[in-house]
Design a protein around this ligand. Structure first.
Ligand code: ADP
Length: 609
């Protein structure tokens, strides 16, 4: 698992090297800490004589008063040094850790955007949100609160053993007696903590999902006065998550409690054996003080290792969830063919294309259709027939499970994904507005477009006048904190966006009649402009639109039930004719549109013999 983090560490290798160097320095200062006290006890208060000679001996042989002052000064310097270094080290590790989290998040977000809509349709948004915001912290926890502390603990431990062993080998061994016991404890608790931590993260991400759902559906919730029930549902999930979190804390507390008890036992053992060594004259009092001072510190690194182990165990779960996403192969492999700069000609065909979102539930069954460049194709059929899915295959939101889709006779999988998608402009329902300026919203599909073309698109989409009346014109901020638009205005902004994109193929989900007649007329005019000269697929809800199209595809249960021109299909008296009778007639306002069949034709259809 740690190996997967290496690239993220590598990106900050300078800082990581610095952090490692600091680990050694901090350890050195920690090792020095008890020694001034030893000098005071043995050489100032006691009457120990320095054993050999050298510069240290010369210092230790100073008169007691200056030696005491020197020892006290040393005490301050060592603690100050250790403190300052620890601060610096913490700053470095937090900095590196946060940068790594940032990098990982960036990769995660970029990767999520590569994955197909088929993947996203299987995921809960809240869960992904949790992975990006919370789980990505695992990388910091693992490296900075796990690996580095363990490393520093090992270095400190090694240093202490090197100092202690020559002083009293037996006592050193006694103090190590508890290490195996500690590691057994780690092994026992580790599994349990990982299990509970997994549960916590899963439950936590469920809470995220519920919030995301609840907020997205707030209108419906309020409309149906379901607030209490939704709150209950939320609290249920939240309580479950709370329960698991408390259980995790319990296990962690139990674990550190166990560690503390074992450490106390070890300390008692060493104090007992050490005091006997002092009594028998084998060890000086000052040395015993160093021993006991080290002991507290000796167990600290071991404790640290075990604590970090617990943290690593929990963080591994988060990391696993992050890498699960990162290692999901993009299910859409981009090809390397490019469309010519002037764009595709726009003849499109589906060849025996089948598709299912989930195994066992086919949504499209062997659809076989070809459409000449520049035609306007209406797609009609009941909700759930697969209209959006059929059109979703074109920009490769997902690939057909069988069969293929071609543009200009070439399988679209051979094309570079970006090149392919840049051939297609879409106006989808509901119209989506980003929290950007009006100009940026229109230029969303063509960043860097100049103001004149943005304004031109807005004029063609019949929205320019509305924009001109806004407080800051094209620079007015929309969405969230900014100006909110009516449905009709949003529709026309998205139409302007598609116009500006100027792609040879157009996918349109015709706005349904949520608009008032006047606005609807404006939107439809804009759509007319947009369709000019492009191969257009329009999910049509209105008779007037269907009538204007060159070809009508009637989709039912994921298959083309009928196809042909308007008059031809009516003449045939099949499904479309039925549909015409029930869906479009006689209340459809489009029936009154100029050129529409006279109203009295309903419900008796003008079916020519
Ligand atoms: P239409 O556009 O004709 O209303 P769709 O193409 O949206 O139909 O849906 C066709 C079928 O596929 C429906 O049964 C729908 O429930 C299912 N479906 C659509 N989108 C998804 C999705 N993201 N995940 C799973 N099933 C889906």
């Amino acid at each position: 698992m740690i190996a997967k983090f290496l690239p993220y560490l590598k990106a900050h290798r300078g800082q990581v090297a610095l952090a490692l160097a600091q680990v050694f320095l901090v350890a050195a200062f920690e090792l020095l800490k008890p020694w001034p006290l030893q000098i005071v006890i043995d050489y100032v208060l006691g009457s120990k004589i320095p054993a050999s000679d050298g510069p240290v001996v010369a210092l230790l042989s100073l008169p007691k008063e200056p030696l005491l002052l020197l020892a006290c000064l040393l005490l301050v310097v060592v603690h100050l040094g250790a403190g300052a270094l620890t601060l610096w080290h913490n700053y470095t590790t937090i900095r590196v850790g946060q940068h790594m989290v940032n990098d990982l998040r960036g990769d995660l977000y970029a990767h999520l955007q590569l994955l197909s809509l088929a993947y996203h349709s299987r995921q809960r948004v809240g869960d992904l949100l949790y992975r990006i915001t919370a789980d990505s912290f695992a990388v910091q926890t693992m490296i900075m609160n796990g690996v580095l502390p363990i490393l520093s603990a090992i270095i400190l431990l090694g240093g202490m053993l090197i100092v202690l062993f020559p002083m009293d080998p037996t006592l050193t061994l006694w103090s190590l007696a508890i290490v195996p016991v500690l590691f057994v404890l780690i092994a026992l608790f580790n599994r349990k903590i990982v299990d509970v931590a997994t549960e916590v993260r899963d439950l936590d991400s469920r809470v995220y999902s519920l919030v995301q759902w609840g907020m997205a559906a707030i209108k419906v919730v309020q409309a149906f006065t379901k607030e209490e029930e939704e709150h209950r549902r939320f609290m249920g999930a939240s309580r479950e998550s709370l329960g698991a979190t408390l259980r995790l804390y319990n296990w962690q507390t139990l674990y550190s409690g166990g560690v503390n008890v074992i450490i106390a036992l070890g300390t008692a053992l060493v104090v007992y054996a050490g005091a006997r060594s002092v009594l028998s004259g084998q060890l000086s009092l000052g040395q015993l003080i160093v021993f006991i001072a080290y002991l507290a510190q000796l167990y600290q690194p071991i404790n640290q290792i075990t604590q970090s182990w617990g943290l690593i165990a929990a963080a591994r779960v988060g990391a696993a969830r992050v890498f699960e996403v990162l290692e999901t192969e993009p299910d859409l492999k981009s090809g390397n063919r490019q469309f010519p700069p002037e764009g595709a000609r726009g003849d499109v065909a589906w060849h025996n294309a089948s598709f299912r979102y989930r195994p066992g539930t086919p949504v499209l069954n062997a659809v076989d259709v070809s459409v000449a460049a520049g035609s306007k194709v209406a797609i009609v059929g009941p909700t759930g027939a697969g209209k959006s899915t059929l059109l979703g295959l074109l920009p490769r939101f997902f690939d057909p499970t069988e069969g293929s889709v071609t543009i200009g006779g070439v399988d679209i999988r051979e094309y570079d994904l970006l090149s392919l998608r840049s051939q297609i402009a879409m106006v989808l329902q509901p119209p989506l507005i980003f929290p950007l300026s009006v100009a940026d919203n229109i230029a969303y599909g063509r960043p860097g477009a100049d103001h004149a073309s943005i304004e031109n698109a807005a004029r063609l989409a019949r929205i320019h006048d509305t924009i001109a009346r806004m407080p800051e014109g094209y620079e007015t901020q929309l969405g969230e904190a900014g100006v909110t638009l009516s449905e009709g205005e949003k529709q026309r902004i998205t139409i302007a966006r598609a116009l500006l994109r100027d792609a040879p193929i157009l996918i349109l989900d015709e706005p349904t009649s949520a608009l008032d007649v006047e606005t609807e007329a404006l939107v439809m005019q804009a759509i007319e402009t947009l369709m000019e000269g492009r191969t257009t697929f329009i999910i049509a809800h209105r008779l007037s639109t269907v009538r204007r199209c060159d070809c009508i595809l009637v989709l039912r249960d994921g298959a083309i039930a009928e196809q042909g021109g308007y008059a031809e299909l009516l003449r045939r008296g099949g499904i479309f004719a039925d549909y015409y009778r029930t869906q479009f007639a006689p209340g459809d306002p489009a029936g009154d549109a100029p050129g529409a069949p006279p109203k009295e034709a309903h419900p008796e259809l003008p079916v020519p013999a």
